[in-house]
Design a protein around this ligand. Structure first.
Ligand code: MN
Length: 231
């Protein structure tokens, strides 16, 4: 095949303790999936799930025990962290049942859905799309993936984020409004899901701003930590 410009590199997430990588097709995100976060954003916490996307090349891989460096993005003065459980699918389909949806999960990782909250807020107010607030370069730092075959299904366990050693977000995966399987099943009614899709499953309450020099440490029980410095 003659390509007009060089082929784009495949985006892939390393698998923990292995030299295998997981090639990424699409990055879906669930909005407002913890009741207390929905409330802090001005909602009741009982709405149907909704979704948005980030481009796969917005992912920023952070290896185990390393500190990822995320450049402070342009055109914002209110960059927020959102710690999230990420699920990686090794199969997909349309209109999946809850059982089928659960079987699509190959593994799990820790992710940050970094958000230009001021631009997102303006977009909401004006009825415009969220891309400028959510889908910018380096907006999705992510740690290595851990197989479900080893961990079992993660439907409970601590999820937290600290900034410069101070705990800002602290909740439990069991507090999700829509479980991982429910989110996947719902999403599969809107899009045909495929192997290589990953889903950011929403953030608990306590979101807030970071500035250059801040050190973020996210943790999910069973998955270790994700460390990111804002540069
Ligand atoms: Mn989010």
């Amino acid at each position: 095949m003659n390509t007009l410009i060089p082929l784009h590199p495949v985006v892939a997430i390393p698998v923990a303790d292995s030299d295998v990588v997981f090639p990424v097709r699409r990055v879906y995100c669930v909005g407002r999936n913890y009741a207390e976060h929905a409330k802090e954003m001005g909602f009741t916490g009982r709405e149907d799930p909704f979704f948005f996307s980030k481009p796969a090349d917005a992912l920023l891989n952070v290896a185990n025990g390393q500190t990822g460096v995320m450049p402070y993005p342009p055109k914002t003065s209110n960059l927020h962290y959102e710690i999230e459980l990420v699920v990686a699918l090794d199969k997909g389909g349309r209109d999946l049942t809850l059982e089928q949806a659960a079987e699509c999960v190959w593994g799990y990782g820790i992710g940050l859905d970094m958000t230009r909250r001021d631009l997102q807020g303006e977009a909401k107010k004006l009825g415009r799309p969220w891309e400028v607030g959510k889908a910018f370069d380096f907006s999705a730092p992510i740690g290595p993936l851990h197989p479900r075959s080893q961990l079992g299904t993660l439907d409970a366990g601590a999820i937290s984020l600290s900034v410069n050693g101070q705990v800002k977000q602290s909740s439990d995966l069991s507090q999700m409004i829509w479980s991982v399987a429910e989110s996947i099943a719902y999403l599969s009614g809107l899009f045909e899901l495929k192997a290589g899709d990953i889903i950011f499953t929403g953030t608990p309450e306590g979101v807030g701003p970071v500035v250059v020099g801040d050190m973020l440490v996210g943790a999910v029980a069973g998955l270790g930590e994700l460390q990111v410095k804002i540069a």
